[in-house]
Design a protein around this ligand. Sequence first.
Ligand SMILES: [Zn+2]
Length: 441
Amino acid sequence: MSESGLRQSTPAGSHRRRQVLLKGLALITLQATGWPPSKALAAGVLGARVWPSQAYTRVTLELEQRLVVQHQLLDSPLRLVIDLQDLQIDPALRQLPSIIPADDPWIAQLRVGQFQPRTVRLVFDLRQAVRVEIFESLPVGPYQRRWMIDLHPEREPDALQALLNRRLAAKSDEPGLEQLIEDLARRDAERKSSSTRTHRPPGSSTSSESIIAIDAGHGGEDPGAVGPTGLKEKDVVLDVSRKLAERLAGDPGLRPALIRESDYFVPLGQRVRKARALKADLMISVHADAFTEARARGASAFVLSEGAASSASARYLAQKENAADELGGVDLRRRDKDATRILLELSTRTQIRESSELANLLLGELGRIGKLHKPKVERAGFAVLRAPDLPSVLVETAFISNPEEEQRLADVNYRDQLADALHNGIKQYLVANATNGARPR
Ligand SMILES: [Zn+2]
């Protein structure tokens, strides 16, 4: 399920997505439909997160209850003021300013305070003019209601970018492709607009640092496979992922990034999006297999299949061609379709080659500590493997449905060995590619 599929439709205007362009003192009230006025003060914010990316920065507030949100954009100095009504300031809100990255391109500083007895005010001091999009996501899985505050560039760099943003706003199951095209378009626009701009976008790695995204499968309401004695895949793979992250954190020049850090659900498309937003150099998805036949056993490693890759890009291109009709006379279609197809094909081919190399090394290491299900790297169309520019491997650590292997997976020492094996395989890959000069980038 894609996150955009969860967006609640809003009552105002004909636009599917609420877009607010405000200058000066305009004030708009965003109110969820059917909001019942409540006497009781809200319980507070459950979580606040910041998700910076090259395209825009998202601030997410997770709440138990509905909320009335008002915002205004102010000039001189540029700032965005957001009032959250029927809310008391709490630790989650208090720590929000400290998690804004220092090099966020939009936000210079955030101040949070209890503006009135029942109103919390967020003041974003802005570095540049922004277009603000604020919308609510309905609860899903373990997530409660979330308010998303997105800060976009005020003017789209070019028509292609506008098209891509529209596509990104639309419901999609191919976030990896779209994000790639968005990045390609951004790079292109940056090249055209200015050769003097030197600052790196937030979240991008320094050339000396490799970022390893570790994607623990399942989580929250999705337990994954469950072993004969009740051991859950989501718990095993989270533990192995954390152990792997600890090991990578100890390596100079390597930075682990856990796609999920605890027991919550992350939609598949969002996992890839997050890895790309983090500018990951590699992604490893960690799973434990299950089969109806209890004797099935051993570890496997999967990379993207060419068939799945080409049908995904064909689907994307088909959608894009239709979407280009909306551009009102700007003829991007033929040129961009051809260029885009070539970029996608080249990029995906490279991704699969690099992923296979990594997967082989991982299998080699996993084979030292346990059985392999198949001696060769397997191919599949798993959603988490689909980013065309990010080497991605899905590892099935063992069969949790096999009583013997379930027992091993339950053993903390074996989980340590699994983490060591993955760690060694990743290091071998990075060393080999650093020597070749191909990767890390
Ligand atoms: Zn799984």
